[in-house]
Each structure stands twice: as C-alpha cells, then as structure tokens.
Design a protein around this ligand. Structure first.
Ligand SMILES: C[S@@+](CC[C@H](N)C(=O)[O-])C[C@H]1O[C@@H](n2cnc3c(N)ncnc32)[C@H](O)[C@@H]1O
Length: 268
C-alpha cells in the first residue's frame, strides 16, 4: 500500500449520529485491503478516515452537506483561525439563539465555526436539535458541557495534518463512485435507510438508495458499505456479499436500545 506519511490515527472533533468512532476495529480488515486510492462519498464526521491506520497518497472525502465540506476545508486550510474562534467563546443559550437566527454565511470559516458550534452544543450532535440541557437549561448537563477547548483544538490540529493532501468536495455520491481511478477503495457509510432523515440535514430517498445499489453493482472499484439492517437493504444488495454485524454504540452499555444492527456489504 502506498503511504502518504500522515499515518497517525486521530479522532474527529465532530460528534456525529451513527458515528463509527467506537467500532472502528470491526472495519480494520476492510480498511487494510490493498488500494492506491481511497474515497468516502459520505464522510459525515470523518470518524473512519481520521481513525484509519494506513493512508494512501490519494484520498477523497465528500459529503453533500455544504457545512461538512466547509468544516473539513477549514480544518485543512485554516486550523489556527478555527482554534482562535473556539478559544474566544464559551457557549451560552443567548449565543445559541443568535447563531440559529443567522443565515448561512458567505464565509467558509464562519460556516465551519457555526456548524461546529451546533455540533458540540446540540443534543447528540444533531444539527437541527435543541441544545444540550434543553431550551430552559434545567438539566444537570448544560449547553457548554461538550465544549472542551483544549480537546477540540488538539483534534483540529491533528486532523489538519491528516487532511493536507486530501481532496474535499460537496457533490452527490454518484459522482464520487463513477469517477474513474486506479485501484480504488470506496468506503461508504450512507444515511440509514430507515432513520436517516431524522438524523442528518441531507438524507436519501429510497430511490437514491436504489441508485446507490445499482452503481455499486456496476462499479469496477472495490467497495465496502455499512448500513442499517432492514429487509429493503437486504433486497437491494442481494447480489453482493452481506455480513450481518451487531455492536453496542456505547462501549460500557449493554442496554437493548444501544445495540446497533448493521450490515457490512462488499464486493471484496
Ligand atoms: C451516516 S453519515 C456518515 C457518518 C460518518 N461515517 C461518521 O462516522 O461520522 C451519512 C452522511 O451522508 C451525507 N449524504 C446524504 N445524502 C448524500 C448524497 N446524496 N451524496 C453525498 N452525501 C450525502 C449526509 O450529509 C451525512 O453526513
């Protein structure tokens, strides 16, 4: 495998619904498959890319959500400015309402900061959710409980190093899959089929999921996909290798509702 020299795995500064940060070990076999180009058409919080042990020269991260593209580009190109902004504020309810009332900014850096602000102050990191502690802040958990300036800046600097040679875009997944390439590994973590529209501002219709399955059936690239286990998905990928997986989202929790049933789907 070609190495780019930026191989120290790190953690994303973003909290992300459905993040794979706690179950990365399960992906190792697939991430270690020999490849010269690496692509993630649905990068989200980037947990898989930032946690990947081996990096190749050509990596391409994409997400249709423009806030995610702005954030990753700012981390790559303006880490110091982003850290200064983080350092200079302490989240409050007033600030939260102020950012909610703002239009999407023209400035990439401001878009990135606003996105990070909601990601770290909202319930479960969900962009459109209410703040941690609620709109009245009556809970023991307050709006700023996930705003650790040291941790965020450390992760931003580490992720910035990792991203230096990476292509970052905000286009439809289909363009990333169909772009030609040499010995490409596609790592796909699309929105969940059943609950995706509740978790992400940009989600996918059943028709888009069907088109994804069609493109993957016809691609020459190697691919590995992780998605929720439901009859519709099993039907769409009946032609591929399907491996059922179960994990606990919270490492120490054995609660039933924290158990994720997912499918690993691959042509490898
Ligand atoms: C499940 S999340 C990715 C989670 C990520 N792997 C992590 O661990 O943090 C799915 C992502 O797909 C993106 N998305 C939805 N529709 C898309 C499309 N048509 N093309 C590209 N990205 C899309 C969403 O914006 C969301 O960030």
């Amino acid at each position: 495998m070609q190495s780019s020299g930026y191989s120290k795995p790190t953690k994303s500064p973003l909290r992300f619904p459905g993040s794979k940060s706690k179950v990365l070990k399960k992906f190792e076999t697939y991430l270690n498959i020999e490849h010269s180009e690496y692509r993630e058409p649905f990068v989200g919080g980037g947990a898989i890319f930032f946690g990947k042990k081996q990096l190749v020269e050509n990596s391409w991260l994409n997400d249709k959500d423009i806030n995610i593209e702005s954030f990753l580009l700012s981390v790559r190109d303006n880490p110091i400015q982003l850290c200064e902004m983080i350092w200079n504020i302490q989240p409050t309810l007033e600030l939260w309402h102020y950012y909610r009332s703002q239009e999407l900014s023209e400035s990439r850096l401001i878009r990135a900061f606003r996105f990070l602000f909601f990601n770290r102050t909202n319930y479960s990191g969900i962009y459109n959710a209410n703040p941690i502690g609620g709109l009245k802040q009556l809970s023991a958990w307050k709006i700023d409980c996930r705003w650790s300036k040291e941790m965020l800046c450390k992760r931003i600097i580490e992720c910035s190093n990792r991203l230096q040679k990476t292509l970052i875009t905000s286009i439809d997944y289909s363009e990333v899959i169909t772009a030609p390439g040499n010995n490409v590994l596609l790592m796909l973590d699309p929105p969940y089929y059943v609950k995706g529209s509740k978790l992400y501002p940009v989600s996918m219709t059943p028709e888009e999921h069907s088109y994804l399955a069609y493109l993957l059936q016809n691609t020459e690239h190697k691919f590995f996909l992780t998605i929720d286990d439901c009859p519709e998905v099993r039907e769409l990928y009946s032609w591929a290798n399907i491996i059922p997986e179960t994990w606990y989202y919270t490492v120490n929790s054995k609660k039933k509702d924290n158990k994720g049933k997912e499918l690993f789907i691959t042509n490898i």
